[in-house]
Design a protein around this ligand. Structure first.
Ligand code: NOJ
Length: 559
């Protein structure tokens, strides 16, 4: 009780370094707990039932783009496992499930007037209905990176303004068909990645390396497309459907290396502005962050360019874009230390890039745990800082955490994911502290429900609460220990007290070690498969043959 009262009065203080303290308490009533996925990462069925190609289908089939040349062709086979997966959500008593709609699954070329694929629509109909029957609220992302390939080939994808109308038509089709049942829409997931990794570095589909310009142009069109879809919903659908439209932005936190050094403080602020602020500032305030305009503008001039590589919005566009967000989705995983570093812009534009435009260097503390992805260090306190930044910069908007979680890089199977328990425990606790600071967060989405295709990393990084055995063609799911732990957080709506939370952890780890042994006996599973798929049919055929021979023999003897 004392801990609770003391902590409740504790104010957020940027300079205070009380990173270690744990806050016992509960989330506001009605707080929504969920887990997430995305279409290309989990559905599989890449060429089934009339689905068109997406840029990820094409990209992943090119040699050398994805680790071990893996693809999302079958992935978790989520397309065929609606019931199984919803029962996994039920097991944890999730309040919501966040998934995305594959644009080419329902409009194969991306152009609505070409063709609508009813079989694709039926799949999402069934998924939504089944979620609702189980009291799980669907939170639906319209764009989680799988652009129809035709739109990339014909127009250059997000480089071309014409895509804004096609996206708007796709969104309207979704509102028309699913909007009576879906009340939370996310236009774009993590547009930063789409722009930077898709059109600047080329690590992601469509794999273009348009350094210094590609990311800014893609982002510009994405922001316009988002605003257009928000306005469509607002004028045509909101009245009858009463839902909300937001965007999901990702952002690492940037902490100054030296908090007494003004240059580091400014560099860290710039890091966050070039990341989250790039998209959030136009949407909440109508234009790009001033610091982006200044830096990209100055560097472009030094390179002898007549105009900035950062595009501009007209006054009409600014007021059209400003305020197009009913809730803000935040995807957050990690933090960096930031220090000032000048990148000479040179006289040619070939040396320019989004990264060098920022004039900073990113550092990590080697003591930070990094169990999985190379870039993912566990730094829970950065989460609270980022959420407070959003609160102060954008007028305390309504927030849903749309992604947060940690991966593992394991060659052998491991269901006892203690590090993930630790990550969730600490990050969710920082979220609780942020809510106590007054940040308006309504829900939290663990990323992700299942292990799945992790983009250019293939299947080598596992983010799932559930382990998926990708070697087995049935793609069976097994709960990791973190399922038990997350389930307890949900049922208590927070962290009741130290003893109980410690008990949850102990029990979760105990139960997983037995299931771990089960999985370790994987040869057994393949053995079982061999029994059903090879031995049984062979024995049956042989028995039939033998009976026939025996019958012939008996008949001959009779004659
Ligand atoms: C953000 C992306 O939206 C998601 O698809 C991905 O799995 C996570 N980052 C982890 O890399």
């Amino acid at each position: 009780m004392l801990v609770l009262c003391l902590s409740a009065t504790e104010d957020f203080d940027w300079a205070k370094n009380n990173h270690g303290s744990f806050y016992y308490g509960t989330f506001p009533a009605g707080f929504s707990w969920g887990a997430g996925s995305s279409a290309y990462q989990t559905e599989g069925a890449w060429d089934k039932d009339g689905k068109g190609l997406s840029i990820w289908d094409v990209f992943s089939h090119k040699k050398g783009k994805i680790q071990l040349n893996e693809t999302g062709d079958s992935s978790c086979e989520g397309y065929y496992k609606i019931k199984d997966d919803v029962s996994l959500m039920n097991e944890m008593k999730l309040n919501h499930y966040r998934f995305s709609i594959s644009w080419p699954r329902i409009i194969p070329t991306g152009i609505k007037s070409d063709h609508i694929n009813e079989k694709g629509i039926l799949y999402y109909d069934q998924l939504i209905d089944h979620l609702l029957e189980n009291q799980i609220t669907p939170i639906v992302t319209l764009y989680h990176w799988d652009l129809p390939q035709v739109l990339q080939e014909k127009y250059g994808g997000w480089q071309n303004i014409s895509i804004v109308n096609h996206f708007n038509e796709f969104a309207n089709l979704c509102f028309e068909r699913f909007g009576s049942r879906v009340k939370y829409w996310i236009t774009f997931n993590n547009p930063w990645s789409v722009a930077v990794e898709g059109y600047e570095t080329g690590e992601h589909a469509p794999g273009l390396r348009l350094r210094g310009t590609g990311a800014y142009r893609a982002a510009h069109h994405i922001i316009k497309a988002h605003a257009k879809v928000w306005h469509s919903y607002d004028t045509q659908w909101r009245g009858k459907q009463k839902g909300q439209v937001g965007i999901s932005l990702s952002g690492d936190w940037g902490e100054p290396v030296d908090i007494s050094n003004q240059k580091d403080i400014e560099a860290a602020e710039r890091y966050v502005q070039f990341y989250l602020g790039w998209f959030a500032t136009p949407i909440f305030h109508g234009d790009y962050p001033q610091v982006m305009k200044d830096f990209v503008g100055r560097k472009s001039a030094q390179q002898g360019l007549g105009t900035s590589r950062l595009p501009t919005f007209s006054p009409q566009e600014k007021s059209y874009i400003k305020g197009t967000c009913d809730f803000l989705g935040i995807g957050h995983f990690t933090t960096r230390y930031i220090t000032q570093r000048n990148n000479p812009s040179g006289s040619s534009s070939s040396s320019s890039s989004y990264f060098t435009d920022r004039d900073l260097a990113e550092l990590v503390d080697p003591r930070w745990p990094d169990p999985g992805s190379e870039w993912l260090y566990s730094v829970p306190w950065g989460f609270r800082r980022l959420l407070n930044f959003v609160k102060t910069q954008y007028g305390n908007p309504m927030i849903y955490v749309t992604e947060n979680g940690v991966s593992e890089k394991m060659l052998c199977t491991e269901l006892c994911d203690e590090w993930r328990i630790q990550y969730y425990k600490d990050y969710i606790n920082e979220l609780l502290k942020a809510i106590k600071d007054g940040v308006n967060v309504k829900g939290y989405t663990a990323w992700s429900l299942l292990d799945k295709f992790e983009w250019d990393e293939g299947y080598s990084e596992r983010f799932g609460l559930y382990y998926v055995d990708f070697r087995n063609k049935n793609k069976p799911r097994y709960p990791k220990a973190s399922v038990q732990f997350y389930k307890r957080i949900i049922s208590s709506n927070g962290f009741p007290n130290q003893r109980e939370v410690e008990n949850w952890r102990r029990k979760a780890v105990e139960t997983c070690s037995s299931s771990n042994q089960l999985l370790a006996a994987d040869p057994l599973t393949s053995h079982m498969e061999m029994v059903t798929e090879i031995v049984v049919p062979t024995v049956c055929t042989l028995s039939i043959l033998l009976s026939a021979i025996l019958l012939m023999f008996l008949l001959r003897r009779r004659n």
